[in-house]
Design a protein around this ligand. Sequence first.
Ligand code: FAD
Length: 472
Amino acid sequence: MSAPAVVWFRNDLRLADNPALTAAARSGAPIIALYVLDDESAGEWRMGSASRWWLHHSLTALAHDLARLGVTLTLRRGRAEFVLENIVADAGAGAVYWNRLYEPWAMRRDSEIKSQLRARGVMVESFNGSLLFEPGGLRNKQGEPFRVFTPFWRACLAAEAPDAPLPAPKKLTAAPPPASDALADWRLLPTKPDWAGGLRETWRAGERAALERLAEFAKKRVRDYKIDRDFMAREGVSRMSPHLHFGEVSPRRIWAEITEAAGDAGAAYLREIGWREFCHHLLVANPQMPERALDERFRDFPWREDAAALEAWRIGQTGYPLVDAAMRELWITGYMHNRARMVAASFLVKHLLIPWQEGERWFWDTLVDADLANNSGGWQWVAGCGADAAPYFRVFNPVLQGEKFDPEGDYVRRYVPELARLDARHIHCPWEAPEEVLRAAGVRLGETYPRPIVDHAKARDRALKAFEATRG
Ligand code: FAD
């Protein structure tokens, strides 16, 4: 038997369109399938709690799918460089294959691992399995990485189209599997308290679930996406984000299926996949993006420290129904609608003047789709301190946003049940409702539901003054 090849799975927890797996299978070598939980290398960006919940289920699904092809998924915990060194040495492996990651800590780690393995005579091959276009390949007219989305996306659309997705291998040859940790011992699932009930009700992880969701979206909803995507109570968006983050489906597959199902009518949706692409390219060009504002003028921004306000925001008790619904959707389901993300994030940064990094951290721990590039990109965009950011004077008004994008109030009713009996006219601004309307709806402001923790008009003025200081 020839020397085994290690396929190192990371955020590519799938069999179809997995270039690393396909290359290993084509090499004819017997395969060792490996996943390493490497919290040490990730450091402060180790996976948050909701992501760990997802990972548990996604690994279960992957192990199941690999087992059907006769391959055991080996699980190991620790520094990836040591784990790989041991596995390669013990198994006498001759090659290691993986799909690339783009988090700065992972890029540093992986390039060291690559050099070390190659120095020992092990063949290493890495692939692009999670982006449509490799970062670094697209440049603006000045020959630099793009900092503005529209020309970036135009350049993507003008570039050579992404390759067609690869089929899942039909057959794999297994090498004797190395000893594996038991998944349960990693304790990725919460025990006491078990906060994952809403996640279990909302999601199914794994490649099969991802492909089913994509097929359903491509068939029934992508054509209405352009309009429906903004309405928080509708099923207008795809909810592909955790599947994409964990690589249960590739963006190339999405590109191909959406184009085939909808043609030009899929453009608005692919443009959002383009934002994902843009955030990753930005992160590679600006590895400081998760920690520091890309716009240098924000270095001395007069942020406030306000633990009570931050806590009210986190638990959805700000007194602004749309913000509270958004934050509770996040807590209950591990997901938040994109428009709600923009409004809730803007509220933290602009109404409360709390640093965007605080919000980024909270999202990191609570989102099932927590993604370093998209999350830091999203927060910097909302705060107005990113590369291609919302203008500083854009302060989302949570009441108007609610009236426009949740006109019946159903999104608020779903997540803020104490306001469920309020009519659509008052549900986004209960403090403006006449006393008898509140009484009839069973709402007692300050008791059953909080009064606003800041006044919108005053908070807006304060934010504009603070942000104007960065324009100098
Ligand atoms: P759809 O509308 O169906 O879009 C399809 C896919 O396109 C998404 O799954 C996602 O991969 C990509 N996409 C859509 N919008 C964006 C965007 N603005 N930026 C980057 N990619 C996008 N997205 C994450 O995946 N992880 C995060 O941690 C994350 N944090 C965010 C934080 C803030 C403050 C903001 C404003 C946005 C954040 N986003 C994040 C982007 C966006 O909100 C989510 O990708 C989207 O809501 C996921 O839902 P969906 O799959 O139904 O999206």
